[in-house]
Design a protein around this ligand. Structure first.
Ligand SMILES: CC(=O)N[C@H]1[C@@H](OP(=O)(O)OP(=O)(O)OC[C@H]2O[C@@H](n3ccc(=O)[nH]c3=O)[C@H](O)[C@@H]2O)O[C@H](CO)[C@@H](O)[C@@H]1O
Ligand SMILES: C=C(OP(=O)(O)O)C(=O)O
Length: 432
């Protein structure tokens, strides 16, 4: 079992470059299945285990997928006959595998996908995805741990109002609608930058999507989509994680390839805390001097504060002076990291969907286990400022979403290494 070992107390300084966004590349690679002619070339693909998983999913559906980690490029040929079933072994590993359902239904008129079930951060149903497919004429059935969607004469455009602006449902409905007959309108759609990236990709393949980034997306179905070349947007959550790394250590870090507009809610909160943020041509510069002020915040769908930054921000709140309240409204159970913070001597209390943080905590190094992807990053961030040595395990979560996180932190001045069971310093595992 790999471990990251951090000796706390170093101030971070320097430059770091963020990768392409995990949450953009997964839907884009799934949507590549829509192209029945030509090949898709996807650029700025981060070398993450989740990318390896979606690659395997696409291959299991008979797409040809080649990944070139040196150039961060994936080439996908989905011009052949596609299989219609995404198996449990993939969906269990990565919920985003469900995103092949829209493209398969559009291409084949049938999709059978293992039910994703819940995960460490909540129950995560897919009712809104299915409601969208049903409105477009699909018949939905469940059985033997799978969900099936079937349509006899092709999908038909429809008006769909989402009960909640679900990112995945918006993406799955957009891809299904891209090849449907007629026009689909998604109301109360998710507005995340990754939705805009997916819409751009569909349009680059020859699709007709307008309104992505607003709460009303209009998709005019076309009869065929063609392979194209697409660049993935920078990862706003990796960007935010490095912003917090700079702030928590009282450092001065320039994050290259960052898009400040994608992180407006986080930048605003960091500003309230007393962190200095400067937009630069190359990205964004973060400077901080402690003590920082306590703030309250609530996670919300975009453009609100992202739930994927909740645990990292909580690490920062542990170091601020005063009482902070963090409220999670997107997932019902995304506080598993709180117990791990407590091992590090954090003064934190869960009250319903909120966590009350009495700061500053005198954080102490400890042995802690990552409970999910962002919790892994948050524990490492806490370790950067804890007194003594912190050891973080369960790094398979970290590898889903961060490329060489420990190397990037070490290059900024952190005292951090990753060891394998043989105690050898190691790179993030490569899947290619
Ligand atoms: C691969 C990817 O892009 N993952 C992101 C995506 O996940 P994901 O697409 O799964 O997140 P959603 O926006 O769909 O989920 C948000 C909330 O809606 C609920 N819900 C969702 C769908 C549905 O049919 N019914 C329903 O009730 C979920 O249980 C959850 O409470 O957006 C989340 C919210 O920003 C992020 O945390 C994830 O990192
Ligand atoms: C929750 C996340 O991802 P996923 O939806 O893939 O679990 C995340 O990226 O923080």
């Amino acid at each position: 079992m790999d471990k990251i070992i951090i000796n706390g107390g170093r101030v971070l300084n320097g430059k770091v470059r963020v990768e392409g966004a995990k949450n953009a590349v997964l839907p884009v690679m799934a949507a590549a299945l829509l192209a029945s002619t030509g090949v898709n070339v996807i650029r700025d693909v981060p070398n993450l285990s989740d990318v390896g998983t979606i690659k395997e999913v696409l291959k299991s559906l008979n797409a040809e997928v080649d990944y070139f980690p040196r150039t961060d490029e994936v080439i996908i040929d989905s011009s052949g006959i596609l299989s219609s079933e995404a198996q449990f072994e993939y969906v269990r590993k990565m919920r985003a595998s469900i995103l092949v359902m829209g493209p398969l239904l559009a291409r084949n008129g049938f999709a059978r996908v293992a039910l994703p079930g819940g995960c460490a951060i909540g129950s995560r149903p897919i009712d809104q995805h299915l409601k969208g497919f049903e409105a477009m004429g699909a018949e939905i059935t469940f059985g033997h741990g799978h969900v099936e969607a079937k349509v006899e004469d092709g999908l038909k455009g429809a008006k769909i109002y989402l009960d909640f602006p679900s990112v995945g449902a918006t993406e799955n409905i957009m891809t299904a609608a891209a090849l449907a007959k007629g026009t689909t309108v998604i109301e109360n759609a998710a507005k995340e930058p990754e939705i805009v990236d997916l819409a751009n990709f569909i349009n680059e393949m020859g699709g007709k999507v307008v309104g992505a980034g607003t709460d009303s997306i209009r998709i005019e179905g076309v009869s065929k989509l063609y392979g194209t070349t697409h660049h993935i947007i920078p990862d706003r959550i990796e960007t935010g994680t490095f912003m917090v790394a700079a702030a928590i250590t009282g450092g001065d870090v320039t994050i290259e390839n960052a898009v400040p507009e994608h992180n407006a809610a986080l930048i605003s909160k960091l500003g309230e805390m007393g962190v200095e943020i400067t937009d630069l041509d190359e990205g964004v510069r973060i400077r901080a001097q402690h003590p920082l002020k306590a703030v309250d915040l609530k996670t919300m769908p975009h453009p609100g504060f992202p739930t994927d930054m909740q645990s990292q921000m909580m690490a920062l709140m542990l170091t601020t002076t005063g009482t902070s309240v963090m409220t999670e409204t997107v997932f019902e159970n995304r506080f598993m990291h709180v117990e791990e913070f407590r091992r590090m001597n954090a003064a934190v209390k869960i009250e319903g969907r909120s966590v009350i943080i009495s700061g500053p905590s005198e954080l102490q190094g400890a042995e802690v286990a990552a409970t999910d992807l962002r919790a892994a990053a948050a524990l490492i961030l806490a370790g950067l400022v804890a007194e003594g040595v912190t050891r973080v395990t369960e790094l398979e979560h970290l590898d889903r979403g961060y490329v060489n996180f420990h190397h990037k932190l070490a290059a900024l001045g952190a005292d951090i290494i990753r060891v394998s069971p043989e105690k050898q310093p190691k790179q993030t595992p490569q899947f290619a």
